[in-house]
Design a protein around this ligand. Structure first.
Ligand code: PHE
Length: 349
């Protein structure tokens, strides 16, 4: 029969001993060591308790009760000190935190230059009274060519230029089909713009298979070339500044009669043809850059949409967005718009 008295004494001795060790523990790892030493599976308490089975029937419950008390006391002591040390560690790390340090600024995206110019042109034209029309990029032959007075043998229909989906379905090569779609849905007077993507079978330094255009058109009574000139001039002055000179050059489009191309005084050299004595690369020393195509609606187009040419007349124009963006921002290479190089795009934020 083991000595119950000495077992109880040993048990009672654990608490002051633990207390003494606690005073020396200065870190959380010290504490873990201490916990294992006293309360672990092979620790001091467990070792003493291994003597329990040898005690007499009367002594066992007394020793068991004492053991529980000691265990609770030890746990309280150890956990108390542990949380004290944890709090101290937090306070310590907070004292090293500097709330005056600047934070990390999140990267902010920006609109693509094509979108910026598109929005700007739309805003100007909406301001002049045009409403916005939209239509499909996958178009059929009739809207893209036939109704626009582009006969089957016209070179623009060549496989070189047009991306065909089937014999009669294609990717629109310009925004001009929106003239037809809008006129067929409406009765004059009307004034609309149609911004969007267009596709051509073309790819080199100055051509991409997809680019953007804005079509503008207006139909009413007594609409003349003077109205076209006034509208285009007002539009260009708002877009490039009132000092910009505008010139109309006769040109040909199957869907206009007469047709014209519009040049503006070069935005790079101010129309002088040279910068600091050197030839201007943008206008190739001519002082002028082409900006859009336009003209009065051809009678054949009016007929295609069943408009009476005795009553109505109208004009249309088409602007290439990338071209305007290149002139506005002084961008020398068309491909930059499509490479999505973040260093390029960031400059427009
Ligand atoms: N559709 C022509 C093009 O893509 C541009 C244009 C539109 C010309 C309207 C005249 C009138 O080149």
């Amino acid at each position: 029969m083991s000595d119950a008295k000495s077992l109880l004494q040993e048990l009672e001795g654990l608490v002051p001993e633990c207390n003494a060790r606690l005073d020396q523990a200065s870190s959380l790892s010290d504490m873990e060591e201490l916990r294992v030493d006293f309360l672990g599976r092979k620790g001091r308490l467990a070792k003493i308790m291994s003597g329990l089975p040898a005690l007499s029937k009367e002594d066992k419950p007394v020793a068991g009760k004492k053991a529980n008390e000691v265990k609770t006391a030890l746990t309280d002591l150890i956990e108390g000190r542990q949380s004290q040390l944890e709090r101290a560690a937090i306070t310590e790390s907070l004292s090293r935190f500097d709330p005056t340090m600047p934070g990390r600024t999140p990267n902010q995206g920006s609109l693509h230059p094509v979108t910026l110019v598109m929005d700007e042109i739309c805003d100007v034209l909406i301001g002049l009274g045009f409403e916005v029309a939209t239509g499909p990029e996958v178009e059929n032959d009739w809207y893209n060519f036939e109704a626009l007075n582009i006969p089957p043998e016209h070179p623009a229909r060549d496989m070189q230029d047009t991306l065909y989906i089937s014999d009669s379905i294609l990717l629109r090569t310009h925004t001009s089909p929106l003239q037809i779609r809008t006129m067929m849905e409406r009765t004059p007077p009307l004034a609309a713009i149609a911004p969007g993507k267009v596709y051509r079978r073309d790819s080199d330094i100055t051509h991409t298979p997809m680019f953007h255009q804005i079509e503008g058109f207006l139909v009413g009574k007594d609409i003349s070339m003077a109205n076209l000139r006034g509208t285009i001039t007002a539009f260009i002055h708002q877009l490039f500044g009132a000092e910009t000179e505008v010139r109309f050059r006769p040109s040909f489009f199957p869907f206009t009669e007469p047709g014209a191309e519009v040049d503006i005084s070069c935005v790079m050299c101010g129309g002088t043809g040279s910068i600091d004595g050197k030839a201007c690369r943008v206008c190739k020393q001519t002082g002028w850059v082409e900006i859009l195509g336009c003209g009065m609606l051809d009678p054949n187009v009016m007929k295609a949409v069943n408009y009476d040419t005795e009553i109505y007349s109208g004009f249309a124009f088409g602007v290439g967005i990338e071209r305007v963006a290149m002139l506005k921002y002084g961008i020398g290479d068309l491909r930059m718009f499509f490479e999505n190089d973040i260093r390029f795009l960031q400059q427009f934020s």
